[in-house]
Design a protein. Structure first.
Length: 319
């Protein structure tokens, strides 16, 4: 079995190739070709949770499973809240072939998913990017979104001024004093928070803005009104609807409040397969609400494993 650590995963996973690979994986998922069951959870008391996320992608011929742990209290211990490993198996025999760091895969594939949604939905002329949050996903999105749109300015906002200032300096961004100001300035918004209440409200949005929301939160990251008149896109309708820790509480609230019809929600894979289905005008608001699906992890792991074999990276061990 090949063992790959975080630094190796980060070096091997090509972001542009991943965006293209996710397009294929999402298309297979929406077409019913991929095998991606809903994730299962085990709660570790009140400390955190362990989720199992297996997937098989027929086009890429990848069979993999991610074990991801979310422990919010890690912040006070100087540890990342998300921990993960990804196991890859031979799809013909089931033999384990690789075990790799999953935290890096989660960070990169989530941002790549937002980049794909941005490529499909955002206006071609979009240039101002707002990032809400200052953590791992904020950094990943600052790197990913400029790969698909010509970003000339980044605006950042968050809860802790010191962290916001440090993050802004890191990515060459302008600091906004409030979420509302950052949102109001942007053509593309990336919400990467642990919010317990909305960080984006409908009245703050400019016409034609595209919103990516990736926060794994117990509270709504987006106010349900944001979905009311927008083109709403998800990885999977089945995965998006439900109460925490399954689904997105904000999009579920919008459906329950009849602000959004389930039938009107589009899947990324449906937009990839086209034609049509994306924005209908320059003024239309588009929203990508991500909860993360195992198809994305499998696509990323397949690229990492292929690159590792070419470069001779990683360490071989016998089980």
């Amino acid at each position: 079995m090949l063992i790959l650590g975080r630094r190796e995963v980060e070096e091997l996973l090509d972001l542009d190739a991943l965006v293209d690979s996710l397009a294929v994986a999402m298309s297979d998922l929406s077409a019913g070709r991929a095998s991606v069951p809903r994730r299962n959870f085990a709660m570790a008391g009140t400390a955190g949770l362990l989720a199992a996320m297996p997937a098989y992608l027929p086009t890429q011929n990848v069979l993999a499973a991610k074990l991801v742990l979310v422990f919010p209290g890690n912040l006070s211990k100087g540890l990342e809240t998300h921990q993960a490993v990804v196991a890859v198996f031979d799809p013909a025999t089931g033999v384990p072939v690789a075990l790799m760091d999953g935290a890096a895969i989660t960070a990169i594939r989530t941002a790549a998913g937002s980049a794909l949604a941005t490529r499909l939905c955002a206006r071609e002329a979009a240039t101002v990017l707002a990032i809400l949050g200052t953590g791992v996903q904020a950094r990943s999105h600052a790197r990913a979104i400029p790969r698909v749109r010509h970003v000339t300015e980044i605006v950042v906002a968050g809860r802790t001024p010191e962290k916001v200032a440090a993050f802004a300096a890191q990515v060459g961004a302008r600091v906004a004093p409030t979420y509302a100001e950052a949102v109001g300035a942007a053509d593309i918004i990336c919400c990467c928070t642990n919010a317990t209440e909305p960080v984006v409200r409908a009245e703050w949005l400019r016409p034609g803005v595209h919103v990516n929301s990736v926060g794994f939160t117990k509270g709504p990251e987006l106010d349900p009104s944001v979905f009311a008149h927008a083109l709403v896109v998800v990885e999977s309708r089945a995965a998006a609807i439900g109460e925490f820790p399954n689904g997105a509480v904000d999009i579920t609230a919008a459906v329950n409040q009849r602000l959004l019809q389930l039938a009107d929600i589009r899947e990324v894979g449906e937009l990839v397969r086209g034609p049509g289905g994306s924005r209908t005008s320059e003024d239309q608001v588009t929203v990508y609400r991500s909860v993360g699906v195992a198809a994305q992890d499998a696509a990323a792991a397949g690229l990492v494993l292929a690159a590792a074999r070419v470069r001779g990276a990683g360490s071989e061990v016998r089980l």
